[in-house]
Design a protein around this ligand. Structure first.
Ligand code: COA
Length: 167
């Protein structure tokens, strides 16, 4: 009998995807056979990029890695995870400030389905201080975000806000 594939869902708004997200997915592949990067349709964050743009950017970033699938999702995360036969939800933790929110989500998701575990990985120290919001703020004001986001994302941000950030 073949071994069952260990599938994890990595959910988020990804507005936009940063090197922090990328690094976490990359490390997640050491644990899981397949990771589904699930881009949230509904977000209270009022995203800068449309759902299609966020999905497209993430697809470009992970192109060439067959173990990673990028998809949009709507509704309850746990329903989506069940539909995808995922064993786990993968989340990153940066600092103490992330903990309370992540703890609450993990417990609620476990209440909704105790068979799906939330697995946390500590963000690499290089990305501890970045978030999608801070990247957007810096790019908008013409600061240099090179090396903090994948190239595809950098290009898209420069297109959106103009090329002031270069150099
Ligand atoms: N390194 C650096 N930064 C990171 C990071 C990493 N490894 N991982 C996350 N971040 C940052 C992100 O850039 C983001 O920054 P922002 O707040 O400035 O946008 C922040 O941490 C958290 O974002 P993300 O990981 O993308 O998650 P989210 O909070 O945007 O997504 C959902 C939350 C979509 C997963 C959650 O709302 C959800 O599950 N929704 C579906 C509905 C549902 O089921 N609700 C009940 C849940 S119990």
């Amino acid at each position: 009998m073949g071994k069952e594939k260990r599938v994890a869902i990595y959910p988020g708004t990804f507005d936009p995807l940063t090197n922090g997200h990328f690094c976490l997915v990359d490390r997640g592949l050491d644990i899981f056979d397949q990771i589904i990067v699930a881009v949230a349709h509904d977000s209270p964050k009022n995203p800068l990029f449309t759902l299609e743009e966020r999905v497209e950017m993430a697809k470009e970033v992970f192109a060439g890695e067959p173990r990673i699938i990028v998809e949009p999702f709507a509704g309850l995360l746990i329903d989506y995870a069940r539909k995808k036969k995922a064993k786990a939800i993968l989340r990153g933790l940066r600092a103490v400030s992330d903990f309370e929110y992540e703890f609450q989500m993990a417990l609620m998701n476990r209440k909704l389905d105790p068979m799906i575990q939330t697995v946390f990985l500590m963000t690499d120290y290089r990305w501890l201080y970045i978030s999608s919001t801070i990247i957007k703020d810096v790019a908008k004001l013409g600061g240099n975000i090179h090396g903090l986001v994948p190239e595809v994302v950098e290009k898209k941000l420069l297109e959106r806000f103009g090329k002031k950030g270069q150099g």
